[in-house]
Design a protein around this ligand. Sequence first.
Ligand code: CA
Length: 240
Amino acid sequence: MSQSTQQILIIEDEPSIAELIAVNLTHAGYAVSRAMQSDEALSMLTTQAPDLIVLDWMLPGKSGVQFAKELRANEKYKDIPILMLTAKGEEVDKVTGLDAGADDYVTKPFSPKELIARVKALLRRYSVASEEGPLIVGPMSLDAITHRIAIHWPNQDVKNLALGPTEFRLLNFLMANPERVHSRANLLDHVWGNEAYIEERTVDVHVKRLRAALAPFDCDQFIETVRGSGYRITKTPLSQ
Ligand code: CA
């Protein structure tokens, strides 16, 4: 994916905005295709899978959020990074957008420079993850590209763990930055995005959910609460 021209699919029903994005991405060296709504996008996806999708939140027919969810649920398309476009006033819904499977978002009106920067960052994030292979902590191995988490305790069969999108991103971030203590604010920044309109206790809710999902595999012990500071993932849990 490094040598050939990267393909970006823009799904946006407002022609002027679609044009603005297309012109700027083309200038930045990307190959661009465009769809006005999700049906059209879906038929384009079957002929060529893009490296990234720029997806507008408000589309006629199926909303961008709904479409992101469907892509994430589809084995063929679930690994394509999605950059979502939101309008001002949809602040609270950004969390919904990220939960639906968008990887990042840009708020309208945006500068082309910002958009390009986000696109580049997202493509880099995905390519770095694939080059480095899965993240490993204890018996857990997480592959950010395939969205797979495998648990392999010695002398046991490998088991697969399914997580919701937020719990997945949370575990992904913790495993990418092990041993360090992360404050709730820090986790909000990295897992939810720094403009997310949510309270710090939301972090506790999702850590609790993550632990509950890990508990049947005896892996909840790797996530430690550090009193007064936050959370961390460790290869050497105290409870072991
Ligand atoms: Ca729109």
